[in-house]
Design a binder for this molecule. Structure first.
Ligand code: MN3
Length: 201
């Protein structure tokens, strides 16, 4: 039972001007598709692993046979992270409110302070990777970042929001200006989706 590339929940050009249509098309149809194809290929001889959800695979990455662990880590991580990434954006974004906003104020003081720290985590990730808003093991919100296609789930931590800071996510429009990309990306965050993740604890 092969994993499938989930369709984008909107058109390639829906997120313009913040993320351009060509970046979205290449990112989804080629990069994300390659992660799915490579993951299916790695799992070909492993029917027990094929029966797991992508989240279960991430949680149990340490138990995946060593011969395919790196492939599953990179490509399974890519599949998990991007599946989440698409649903966390929508044209125009949505407003942050409710218990998630309260928790954010309690942890970071202000929403602006959260944004500032989140941007900093994205800028501080050298090379390719992700910045995350997570629920830490203490139940509190926290910001982290991970290299490559790693994610908090691999460490038993629940991600609420992630931004892809690989150059393929922004280079066509923003070139080397990662900060401008992350700040523009905030306009697209679907906080309803993030809040639903937070509520699902
Ligand atoms: Mn990407």
């Amino acid at each position: 039972m092969a994993l499938e590339l989930p369709p984008l929940p909107y058109a390639f050009n829906a997120l313009e001007p913040h993320i351009d249509a060509m970046t979205m098309e290449i990112h989804h149809n080629r990069h994300h598709k390659a992660y799915v194809d490579n993951l299916n290929n790695a799992l070909k001889e492993h029917s027990a692993l094929q029966a797991m959800t992508i989240e279960q695979l991430m949680m149990k990455i340490g138990e995946v046979p060593e011969s395919i662990r790196t492939a599953v880590r990179n490509n399974g991580g890519g599949h998990f992270n991007h599946s989440m990434f698409w649903t966390q954006m929508k044209a125009g974004g949505s407003a942050l409110s409710g218990p998630l906003k309260d928790a954010m104020m309690a942890t970071f003081g202000t929403v602006d302070a959260f944004r500032e720290q989140f941007v900093k985590a994205g800028l501080g990730r050298f090379g390719s990777g992700w910045a995350w808003l997570v629920v830490g093991k203490d139940g509190k919100l926290a910001i982290s970042s991970s290299p490559n296609q790693d994610n908090p789930v691999m460490d038993g931590i629940r991600p609420l929001l992630g931004v892809d800071v690989w150059e393929h996510a922004y280079y066509l429009k923003y070139q080397n200006k990662r900060q401008a990309y992350i700040e523009a990306w905030f306009n697209l965050v679907n906080w309803d989706d993030v809040a639903a993740r937070y509520a699902a604890k």
